[in-house]
Design a protein around this ligand. Structure first.
Ligand SMILES: Nc1ncnc2c1ncn2[C@@H]1O[C@H](COP(=O)(O)OP(=O)(O)O)[C@@H](O)[C@H]1O
Ligand SMILES: [Mg+2]
Length: 269
């Protein structure tokens, strides 16, 4: 067993378009500002876009790794902001369902990086596909992001249910996004936590809520990370609080991690 393994944080939502990629991109920068060495993996192999958020144009991506043409170190992009990125390849239909061999390859390559990072963030992508649940089940922390729309609540709950029933996950850390006020945040958390308690016997961990902010769109258009452009905004402050909350949570390093990943991959197939 290695003495130091990175904390693996998977960010998922069920429904697409609720703000996962924006969240991982900006929280990655906040962790970086807390002197953490951060690796950010775009695991949304169908519709990747972390590269766009950072304004980088990766030459290689996960496809080249899986084809055996490049190693993980070759495909990592060192962004100007100091966060390292593993780019996904967009629009590659074969990758929307990774095979066991492909998963093992990713795991083995990632494990070789353990010593280089403190935090390993994964943008798992939308849906509850096997790719998504695979990355979630290997993480130390499962962050679930949702907004107040009933469809977002339903899809986040569907993901929690699958991860709990099929993968035995018990800890879910909830972030409510795009809220107008604290009542909207509270009401949304209450709705998802009520169903999770009633039907799964789970109590969810509330990390915090992020306000709706029009400037997020402007930041994405300018391809510059939001928290660097607007470090003192309410959104940035709340995101820093969430980052601190998250790191304050205890995690069981025996549970997640790459070795665990491997075991799970072999069990679940
Ligand atoms: N808190 C927020 N306030 C306003 N717009 C947001 C917020 N979070 C995300 N968005 C917008 O929502 C859209 C989807 O965000 P994105 O991070 O790409 O979602 P996902 O990765 O979950 O599909 C983007 O256009 C982004 O600008
Ligand atoms: Mg996304």
């Amino acid at each position: 067993m290695k003495t130091k393994v990175p904390r693996i944080i998977a960010v998922s939502s069920g429904k697409g378009g609720v703000g996962k990629t924006n969240f991982v991109t900006n929280i990655a920068l906040i962790f970086k500002s807390m002197q953490k060495r951060v690796l950010l993996m775009d695991a949304d192999v169908g519709l990747s876009n972390i590269d766009i958020m950072f304004g980088v144009a990766p030459k290689y991506n996960i496809k080249h790794l899986l084809l055996g043409e490049k190693s993980i170190k070759d495909i990592i992009v060192n962004s100007m902001q100091g966060v390292d990125i593993i780019p996904a390849s967009s629009g590659i239909r074969e990758l929307t369902q990774l095979t066991l061999d492909q998963k093992m390859k990713i795991i083995t390559e990632l494990e070789s990086l353990d010593e280089n990072y403190d935090i390993f963030l994964i943008d798992t992508g939308a849906g509850i596909s096997d790719n998504v649940t695979f990355f979630c089940s290997a993480a130390h922390d499962n962050v679930i992001i949702l907004n107040s729309e009933p469809t977002s609540i339903a899809d986040a709950y569907a993901l929690i249910k699958v991860l709990h029933k099929e993968y035995g996950e018990k800890n879910f850390r909830i972030v409510i996004n795009s809220v107008k006020n604290s009542k909207e945040a509270k009401d949304t958390f209450r709705k998802i936590s009520l169903v999770s308690e009633r039907f799964l016997g789970l109590s969810l961990d509330y990390l915090g809520a992020l306000p709706f902010d029009d400037k997020i769109k402007d930041a994405i258009i300018s391809q510059k990370p939001y928290v660097s452009l607007f470090p003192t905004s309410d959104f940035s402050k709340k995101l820093r609080d969430i980052a601190k909350e998250l790191l304050n949570r205890e995690v069981n390093f025996l549970k997640g991690g790459m070795q665990f990943f491997l075991k799970r991959a072999l069990q679940v197939g």
